[in-house]
Design a protein around this ligand. Structure first.
Ligand SMILES: Cc1cc2nc3c(=O)[nH]c(=O)nc-3n(C[C@H](O)[C@H](O)[C@H](O)COP(=O)(O)O)c2cc1C
Length: 216
């Protein structure tokens, strides 16, 4: 249907403009802090992430999502467990269709469901939480996770990381603090999604430098 195709092209173009504009100078003062998670007391850490395969901005069709790559690096360098937020209903494969669905979810403030059992969070002192920036925000499915688990996450350190195409951390830290008000927020990390696919050495260095702030 022509109108639908036009709408998708329009949304995809709008998103390119949003990304281009949001990259330059915004009041995105970080709020996170560094906490020593590796103090010899055997603190357990979890990495929770949402990521997507399929057609993606700037990198074509990918078999492992940009955020998944970063999440696995963090888990490897910290010895953390991993939990992937897997949507109950698959997202579209094509980028333009996905932008459409994501925009609607944001507009409707929806809480898409995810599958799988969340590990027992009481065993972890800190949780790294990562996702792609979608329309300048966490994908709505992440809010499903935050809100469903906010009580179990209270008193823990939550450390946000984002992959993006130019918008940076996009206030992930503040938004996470809003969704989980009784948690401490750690210093966030923003990685260019395309680098996760094309320049893993650089991303590995960035991740290592950031993790040093948490004692790793
Ligand atoms: C629906 C959608 C919205 C996006 N919105 C933004 C955005 O607002 N700012 C930005 O920098 N990148 C945006 N991007 C690009 C993604 O954040 C980037 O490609 C990310 O690395 C994808 O991670 P993933 O492979 O783990 O899903 C968007 C991508 C999609 C699919």
């Amino acid at each position: 249907m022509k109108w639908l195709k036009n709408r998708r092209v329009f949304l995809a173009l709008t998103l390119m403009i949003v990304i281009a504009l949001s990259g330059c100078g915004k009041d995105d003062e970080p709020i996170g802090q560094n906490v020593n998670l590796n103090d010899g007391s055997g603190k357990k850490v979890l990495v929770v992430y949402f990521s997507r395969t399929g057609e993606q901005y700037g990198v074509g069709n990918i078999e492992k999502g940009n955020t998944a790559i970063v999440a696995e690096m963090i888990a490897e360098k910290t010895g953390a467990d991993l939990f992937e937020i897997v949507p109950e209903n698959d997202y579209p494969y094509t980028y333009s269709e996905l932008t459409d669905v994501a925009k609607k979810e944001q507009k409707d403030n929806s809480r898409p469901k995810y599958t799988g059992a969340v590990p027992d969070l009481s065993q972890y002192s800190a949780v790294f939480v990562g996702a792609p920036v979608w329309w300048g925000d966490w994908p709505m499915i992440c809010y499903t996770f935050f809100e469903e688990n906010a009580t179990a996450l209270a008193g823990k350190t939550l450390i946000p990381f984002a992959t993006h195409a130019g918008s940076g951390l996009s206030g992930f830290d503040k938004k996470l603090a809003g969704a989980c008000p009784d948690s401490t927020i750690g210093t966030g990390l923003a990685i260019m999604g395309a680098d996760a696919q094309k320049d893993r050495d650089k991303v590995g260095k960035n991740v290592a430098e950031w993790l040093a702030g948490f004692g790793y």
